[in-house]
Write a protein that binds this ligand. Sequence first.
Ligand code: PMV
Length: 380
Amino acid sequence: MVTLPRSKENCMPSIKADQVGSVSWQSPSNIALIKYWGKHGNQLPNNPSISFTLSKSFSETTITYSPRTAFDRPISLDFYFEGKQNKPFSDRVRQYLTKLLPSFSYLSGIHLEISSSNSFPHSAGIASSASAFSALAMALCDIDILVGDSASASQIDIRKASEMARLGSGSACRSVYPKMALWGLTDQIEQSTDLASIPMGDQIHEVFKDYRDAILIASQDQKSVSSSIGHSLMQDHPFAETRYREARSNLNQILVALKSGDIEKMGFITEMEAMQLHALMLCSKPNYILLQPNTLQIIREIKNYRKESKVPVHFTLDAGPNVHILYPSSFRTEVRNLIEERLLIYCQDAKWIDDQVGDGPSKKNNGDKGGLLKYSPRAD
Ligand code: PMV
């Protein structure tokens, strides 16, 4: 076995010449019920948040690693998104990996070829950073076992993966657990921390374990204001402190509803959270609007339908115009009819994603692309 020379400075650890390998991870997006909006320090949240882990909206990331031969940059990387080189994404990933050097010393000794793709089109207006960074973090933790400092470990340290995902995109830290995850310190839940998310799947009622989320694409346009700018506008926001207090109070109440299976209460709080998030944007300095006319039409229709039919459908929103309809799996037929008969006219190109609460990240066998779903408005 040949050990490759260390870098010029002789300070970068190098892996063995025959240590060439590849890992692939699939990780889902998540939808927050209590929203994280506003951060400080190194990606630390200003309030705790909780989310459903999704299933069909996921990223798949393959990292092929080999000993590096060039040492001109801190990270040796080739990055492909959907099979093509992508400069903005590549720059963001390079920056992210540089930040992770103290946690994964092996990164200084290897060349990485990273290929990432989504089960949903990038242009669909679905936040992909949660799925992308959680998939990447899982893959990096996996390589740490194969060639890094965690060589003695038999399985991935999910808490570390969550912490690493957080450094890429805050909400990504909640995607590593099945069903539901909570991120941020709260005196309601022991073990909760601002550094990583914790699993909540065993603390929720059965009805929520297969809850459904129909994601209606009100607009596929690029957002006018990014989430990172949105977070930063919370710094001098006139309602920041009130918002953080509200988020804590909403979290305490929703935890009770999630445990007892109180769908109405859960839906009431979830809708309020979505509205508060967008209300904060409407009165940020400067103000901005991510809601689209179609978003409001869809919300209006959902409210009318709920009143008429008594079917427990509730909505939530991410930092964007698309509407997530949350509902119990027993009402799947009713909600499908609702979408087809009353809501598709407000969806761009009649697009929606028929998603549900899922089981978290999974490792793919090398070469196995079987799990990658083709996006379809009517995917089952
Ligand atoms: O993870 P980020 O920085 O993209 O922020 C996500 C913020 C929201 O999606 C609006 C809320 C949340 O908690 O996911």
